[in-house]
Design a protein around this ligand. Structure first.
Ligand code: SAM
Length: 217
């Protein structure tokens, strides 16, 4: 299925986009996604489900000393975001076409991410699909492993039932994370929480948003 994002133009990820075929076998060891950047020792933030890459494009220019990796499993959206990053020559941004939960679990070393951003994640409202939600007990344990000490998981959603799910998971894992107020990133517009594409679409529909930050203990 095509979303028609390219409007007939060729989307070129150049050196800014990776796919799972670029990854080594996951048990080969020694892999670190920070090595995809010219300055691998800099702060590292990861966004799960970047969509068209709007948050990354807006935030990375304001924070050029931080490396940002966007992970998006819809190929066309991932290529669209990577093409956008390439055209703007955003040296501190990379896109990966993958299931972020698998990538984190099987490829990522411990303690590498300063922040994990998860904005307007798919709510999967039917009970039988809840297992497809990004946030699960196991992914929370993996996020805890991935984050540096006092690293942050930032969550925003418009979906009341997904918000309740987030709150339940946060309560269940109080030994791993401390719940804090969500602080809007500097790239958010004056009336925005983050300023992603879905936020803008939902704001036009008048939907309320909820947000929290979980700080790694
Ligand atoms: C509702 S969209 C929100 C996109 C963007 N964050 C925004 O706010 O505009 C959710 C996105 O997450 C992606 N996604 C869902 N599960 C994912 C996963 N496990 N790994 C990577 N991307 C995922 C979907 O393909 C989709 O593009």
């Amino acid at each position: 299925m095509s979303f028609g994002l390219s409007r007939g133009k060729h989307l070129d990820s150049g050196e800014y986009g990776y796919v799972t075929d670029d990854l080594p076998p996951h048990d080969a060891g020694d892999f670190d996604p920070r090595d995809w950047f010219a300055h691998p020792k800099r702060r590292f933030e990861l966004e799960i489900g970047s969509g068209k890459g709007t948050f990354l494009v807006q935030q990375s220019v304001l924070d050029p000393e931080t490396n940002f990796l966007g992970i998006e499993w819809a190929g066309e959206f991932c290529r669209y975001a990577a093409d956008r990053v390439r055209r703007h020559e955003m040296k501190n941004v990379r896109m990966l076409h993958a299931d972020a939960t698998e990538f984190i679990r099987y490829w990522c070393p411990d303690g590498i991410a300063d922040v994990i951003h998860l904005y307007f994640s798919d709510p999967w409202p039917k009970s039988r699909h809840h297992k497809r939600r990004v946030l699960q007990d196991e992914t929370l344990r993996q996020f805890h492993r991935l984050l540096v000490d006092e690293g942050e998981l930032r969550l925003v959603t418009d979906h009341a039932e997904l918000w309740a799910w987030y709150e339940e998971h946060a309560s269940r894992h109080e030994s791993l994370f401390e719940r804090r107020e969500f602080e809007r990133p500097p790239s958010a517009g004056s009336t925005e929480v983050v300023g992603t594409n879905f936020e803008r679409k939902f704001a036009r529909e008048g939907r309320p948003f909820n947000a929290m930050t979980l700080l790694k203990k």
